[in-house]
Design a protein around this ligand. Structure first.
Ligand code: 26Q
Length: 799
């Protein structure tokens, strides 16, 4: 819908008056934000309704993306951008004496995810709507998002993140509520010749959906992210007389587990997984039967694709079987065909500790019928392979083993497509982690390299760079990222290169101001801004960066010069992850030591910003010169911050891991600083158990001095020693010291290039131009074509 500034002002003032009986002079930022959000909601409402009507009418196939995490961050500016209103609203507010960014800062981050996996799910939602595919998100409405991180004495403390109190987007749809059953006993009885479950002593929870509009960019459609909340069923109120009873039900959706790539077999987590899977599938079948008026379930895969985002929703395989066989009386073989044709699965990690294996007896108590069904799926799987492959392979691939249910096996056996998230990752799945399955089902495996919402990371986060693109290559890139490649034609254009430098400096000044306000630390915007932002995890090796910092510090103390550098970290550690928290403490104390040392004349600063989230990423990324992507090769499935930083012109220092390899392929080896062990070297160390870091320590004086200086970091309680012990332990899994020397060399190359500013910005320009390859729309096109088989929805545009 076209919006003029005048129309906007009028609506905005009316909302402010309706909601708060207030005017722009006296309203608080959160009131202004609420009123602005209300105008935006009115803006997409007709389109949202029309999308729902058209999808039923056209009966196009729909994708349901099942994910236990969605991490959209803030929605206000992204909705404004996608409605095509961003510029108009920004200007209109300015004329009213208001600043959009200040108002938008009052919106809480919707952080219903830990990191990469949740952010990817949100990016997929945006892209599906933007491309005109009917895509639905299915997840959990956590009362508290990912914890808020504070540093006290350099240690991480976690506080609750009560995002709902200021949320403006969700719509409760009680009429779509469905029951979800837990516990009790189940017995199969003959009902008219059909074996039917009879339940006894079960508890029923009411799943109530809250829908959030997903507004597609410009000509896109408006889809739905459906998040489920748990309530007491209205007819069961009397069964929950006390507040404690009620709380038990509410607890189900109260917290997001803060673990990233780490599996803990907790009952509540299992409940959460079944809860949103069952609710989502019931709501899909209700739609199929009631709205599409279908009676033949064999047609389900023509209308519905269900995607399992990592193994957390893998019970969807068994739950769809239950619904088809028990509730709709479809025979087992037919139901199985339908299920496999409907389901597809993405693996996001090769780390063994992240693989979910639920205790069978725990699952049996909570979900007795689901266990019967999984047992039957397992039995038939084993039966189907007997005589066709070795007993060893059968034993390795079956679902239930040693009293545990292997969720990845359930997902693989029950899906027609299995994909990894970057070329190397998929290759490792095929040749190593899921080798047996790859041999059984080679055609099911495929790669889908991750992507990012370039619109957000350029147009919203970096308006100045976006303007430069407009001025050089025209504005078409805003609709078609392929156009960005034309930016390479400006490789020799001094004016453009100078402008790139100015923009970067401007963004760095803004970040420097923010850093000063948040931490009190003074940083020089002309220094190299060296950025590592991602979850804190041993495999991501924030430790390698720490060792580099200590080496630089020692050099500066010894009179060896280096260009000025500001190292910026932001990262949350899982609350129970002791080693990750020790790393945070040591980095914080190292920062204190260095930042307050007058000897080095401010040549090196270290800043650890608290509470990394999408909003903070939007501040840091446009200001980054160097992007640190230094995971142990083979461990980072893809990474996505690498793509965001590249799009904003940061130069990448990278191991050849995950999507870093594809970034290098794209920009060429001259436009990236790659270093470190390759996958074969890493695997050889693992196979031979031949990694003995103590030898490196003893033979490399530079490394030895650096490690020894780590032990001297003040104000700690044994944390530095814990790090040292880890680095030096035999066959240390992440091979930190093995890559140290190569990493220093890569950083030397960074310094040399920094001294030649023209080359630096030429490299930066190439990176920006080629970031188009990682536009999430390209990723989604491939999913839509190869896995989900979707057609675009055609709807009449709002006038
Ligand atoms: C599992 C069971 C119990 C509790 C927690 C979990 C759990 C939660 C989150 C397991 C894994 C995750 C998250 C994994 C994740 O974010 N992986 C990242 O996915 C990105 C998107 O594909 C990749 O880019 C990253 O490389 C990968 O680390």
């Amino acid at each position: 819908m076209q919006l003029t500034k005048e129309k906007f002002k009028e609506r905005f003032e009316r909302k402010l008056d309706d909601y708060f009986e207030n005017d722009i002079k006296h309203a608080s930022n959160s009131e202004l934000c609420a009123a602005l959000s209300a105008v935006v909601r009115d803006g997409y409402a007709p389109q949202w309704r029309r999308t729902r009507i058209s999808e039923t009418h056209e009966g196009n196939k729909q994708i349901y993306y099942f994910s236990i995490e969605f991490l959209p961050g803030t929605l206000l500016k992204s909705n404004l951008l996608n409605l095509g209103w961003l510029k108009t609203v920004r200007e209109a507010l300015k004329e009213m004496g208001l600043d959009l960014d200040t108002i938008a800062a009052a919106e809480p981050d919707m952080a219903l995810g830990n990191g990469g996996l949740g952010r990817l799910a949100a990016a997929f939602m945006d892209s599906l709507a933007s491309l005109g595919y009917t895509g639905n998100g299915n997840g959990i409405r956590y009362k508290y998002g990912l914890f808020k991180q504070k540093f006290v004495d350099g240690y991480q403390k976690e506080l609750p993140n009560d995002w709902l109190k200021d949320d403006h987007w969700e719509v409760r749809r009680e009429s779509k509520a469905v029951p979800v059953r837990f516990g009790g006993k189940v017995e199969m009885v003959d009902d008219d010749g059909w074996l039917t479950p009879r339940y006894e002593g079960e508890r029923v929870v009411q799943a109530v959906p809250y829908d959030i509009a997903v507004v597609g960019y410009k000509d896109g459609i408006t889809n739905t992210l459906r998040l489920w909340d748990a309530e007491i069923p209205p007819q069961d109120e009397l069964k929950y007389p006390t507040i404690a009873d009620r709380r038990k039900v509410e607890d189900l959706t109260s917290i997001l587990y803060p673990d990233d790539s780490n599996y803990e077999g907790l009952l509540l987590r299992l409940k959460q997984e079944y809860f949103f899977v069952s609710a989502g599938l019931q709501s899909i079948l209700n739609y199929f039967i009631k709205d599409l008026k279908q009676t033949d379930f064999r047609k389900l895969p023509e209308y519905v694709a269900v995607h399992i985002n990592d193994t957390h929703p893998a019970m969807a395989v068994a739950e769809l079987m239950r619904l088809l066989v028990d509730e709709h009386r479809v025979d087992w073989d037919t139901a199985w065909k339908i299920t496999v044709q409907t389901m597809s699965y993405t693996n996001h990690t090769i780390m063994a500790e992240a693989l979910e294996k639920w205790d069978l007896s725990m699952m049996q108590d909570l979900l007795p019928r689901i266990v019967q069904i999984i047992t039957e799926i397992d039995r038939r799987f084993v039966e189907s392979l007997k005589g066709k492959t070795s007993d060893d392979v059968i034993e390795r691939t079956r679902i239930i083993k040693n009293g545990r249910v292997h969720m990845a096996h359930l997902a693989i056996i029950g899906s027609h497509s299995i994909n990894g998230v970057a070329a190397l990752h998929t290759q490792l799945l095929e040749t190593d982690v899921l080798k047996d399955f790859y041999e059984l089902y080679p055609k099911r495996f495929n790669n889908k390299t991750n992507g990012i919402v370039l619109r957000r990371w350029l147009q919203i986060a970096n308006p100045e760079l976006s303007d430069l693109l407009d001025q050089t290559i025209g504005t078409k890139w805003r609709d078609d990222s392929n156009e960005m490649l034309k930016f390479e034609n400006f490789y020799h254009d001094t004016k453009t290169l100078n402008r790139l430098e100015e923009i970067k400096l401007d963004n760095k000044k803004k970040l420097a101001k923010f850093i000063k306000k948040e931490t009190g630390i003074e940083v020089d915007p002309t220094a190299i801004f060296d950025v590592q932002i991602k979850r804190l995890h041993a495999y991501k090796r924030q430790t390698l960066k720490l060792l580099h910092i200590l080496k630089l510090y020692q050099d500066l103390k010894n009179g060896i010069d280096h260009p000025k550098r500001v190292v910026i970290f932001a990262a949350k550690a899982a609350p129970s992850y002791v080693f990750a928290k020790q790393i945070i403490k040591v980095i914080n104390e190292t920062a204190n030591m260095i930042n307050n040392d007058p000897d080095i004349h401010g040549k090196l600063k270290v800043v650890f910003l608290e509470n990394y989230n999408v909003s903070l990423a939007e501040r840091i990324i446009p200001a980054a010169d160097v992007s640190e992507q230094i995971s142990t090769t083979t461990k980072e499935a893809s990474g996505t911050s690498n793509m965001k930083l590249m799009a904003n012109g940061a130069l990448t220092v990278a191991t050849m891991d995950g999507a870093n390899i594809e970034i290098k392929d794209e920009v060429g080896e001259d436009n990236i600083f790659s270093f470190g062990l390759n996958k074969d070297q890493v695997y050889k160390y693992y196979a031979d158990k031949s990694y003995h870091p103590r030898n490196i320590y003893e033979n490399d004086p530079v490394l030895r001095d650096t490690i020894d200086s780590l032990k001297e970091v003040p104000n700690c309680n044994g944390e530095p020693q814990a790090l040292v012990n880890n680095f030096l332990s035999d066959n240390e899994e992440f091979l930190v010291l093995a890559d140290f020397e190569a990493y220093l060399a890569a950083q030397k190359a960074v310094e040399a290039t920094w001294a030649q500013k023209r080359i630096w910005y030429q490299m930066s320009l190439v990176n920006i131009a080629h970031s188009e390859r990682f536009d999430v729309d390209k990723t989604i096109q491939r999913y839509a074509q190869d896995i989900w088989h979707l057609k675009k929805l055609h709807i009449e545009k709002t006038k």
